[in-house]
Design a binder for this molecule. Structure first.
Ligand code: AMP
Length: 391
């Protein structure tokens, strides 16, 4: 049974065709990027072959049309009828969706109502849904929400200490994001530990980064909050800061809300601390050349992440495993080393060679806490959720 997984951003459409019958093998995957812009391109992998070309594609529907055309041309499927369902990554499901749902007009209405809470993502996600409904008729479309996995958080983790009316009226609370990734890597970690009750800290460290405390399979806390701006330092996002800084910039320095939004989302984080780049590869290259700003940025990142892990060890009253994933988590062995050094006091000990090689298990046999590195496969997780739904 073939499932199409679709993940749309404001100017991108990522797709994956997965054969659930063949152990969830990926048959075809790719991206249409810079949709509606001059530098729009198509990039895909099919049967170990890469297809890349530039083309002006004006909207998500046309992007999907192109992806389906190439899929047929290269015989990933003989007919579009082989696709039995589509799984959509939808960023915000609010408090309503604790699990994946079949998309109906009511679900689309709710996704729209949540535009306010995810203005960059939910509108694009709905575009992807509408395109699939139009081009792939009479098959179920399933929404898998980034926020769902964190709906198990207790009130003490998701409520902010502000008057209750703002939660009740405006739904201001911690939602958490990257839920599909945290769910996938925590489940993979449970399989490796062979202990369903284990206390795990999952570290999704990419352009956007979030850390979750997962106990007995349930998310009990997570570092991103009302929006994906809260938490640890990220590529260009500040992570947690004193909220009074915003008031100070507004009142004293007359910065507009739009300007502050731009500063905190696009000009902060690793980019601001290093004054070099938001990309850890550039920071590492500069640190090798003994650039002091780069060395400081790496120290800052390790400190920010280790502090959050420490907080979650206390929140769960213990820890069995830590798992790293995403661009930085999977590749930056030097950061994993620095982060884990902060955790020596509870017996975390890495195996130097395994950490350099990014093997799944990177802790030493002497370590009291197992440490893993693994790729997150959100597409696979979405396809599995789709299969569970349509069963
Ligand atoms: P993601 O959001 O998961 O795609 O992660 C993207 C980020 O991961 C990039 O901006 C880099 O900072 C980082 N990254 C990707 N590849 C590497 C690598 N080989 N070494 C260190 N950092 C990397």
């Amino acid at each position: 049974m073939k499932i199409l997984v679709v993940n749309t951003g404001s100017s991108s459409l990522k797709f994956q065709l997965i054969d659930a019958k063949k152990n969830f093998t990926e048959l075809y995957s790719g991206i249409v990027d810079n949709i509606g812009k001059k530098n729009c391109f198509f990039d895909a992998k099919i049967n170990h072959t890469r297809i890349h070309f530039k083309k002006n594609i004006s909207n998500h529907e046309k992007g999907l049309q192109e992806a389906l055309k190439i899929m047929l041309k290269n015989k990933a499927v003989k007919s579009l009828k082989e696709i039995k369902a589509v799984g959509h990554r939808v960023v915000h499901g609010g408090e309503k969706y604790k699990n994946a749902v079949k998309i109906t007009s009511q679900v689309k209405k709710t996704i729209k109502e949540l535009y306010e809470l995810a203005p960059l993502h939910n509108p694009a996600n709905l575009q992807g849904i509408l395109a699939c409904e139009k081009l792939l008729k009479n098959i179920p479309n399933i929404a898998v929400f980034d926020t769902s996995f964190h709906q198990t958080m207790p009130q003490k983790a998701y409520l902010y200490a502000i008057p209750k009316e703002y939660y009740k009226k405006f739904k201001i609370r911690r939602y958490g994001f990257h839920g599909t990734s945290h769910k996938y890597i925590s489940q993979e970690t449970y399989k490796l530990l062979k202990n369903k009750k284990a206390k795990i800290i999952t570290c999704h460290l990419g352009n956007g980064s979030s850390i979750s405390a997962v106990s007995g399979g349930k998310s009990i806390d997570t570092s991103m909050g009302f929006t994906p701006l809260e938490g640890v330092i990220m590529g260009t996002r500040s992570g947690t800061i004193d909220p009074a800084i915003i008031l100070y910039l507004l009142k004293k320095h007359k910065l507009s809300p739009e300007k502050i939004d731009e500063i905190l989302n696009y000009r902060s984080g690793i980019l601001a601390v290093s004054e070099i780049s938001s990309d850890v590869r550039d920071i590492w290259a500069a640190a090798q050349r003994k650039n002091k700003k780069a060395i400081f940025a790496l120290e800052y990142m390790a400190y920010s992440i280790a502090k959050q892990i420490g907080a979650y060890i206390a929140a769960m009253n213990g820890i069995d495993a830590i798992t790293f994933t995403a661009g930085i988590g999977e590749n930056a062995w030097y950061l994993r080393k620095d982060i884990c050094e902060y955790l020596n006091f509870i017996g975390v000990k890495l195996d130097t060679a395994k950490n350099r090689a990014s093997k799944p298990l990177i802790s030493s046999p002497l370590s009291k806490v197992k440490v893993f590195v693994m790729p997150s496969n959100e597409g696979l997780e979405i396809a599995e959720e789709v299969i569970n739904m349509i069963k």
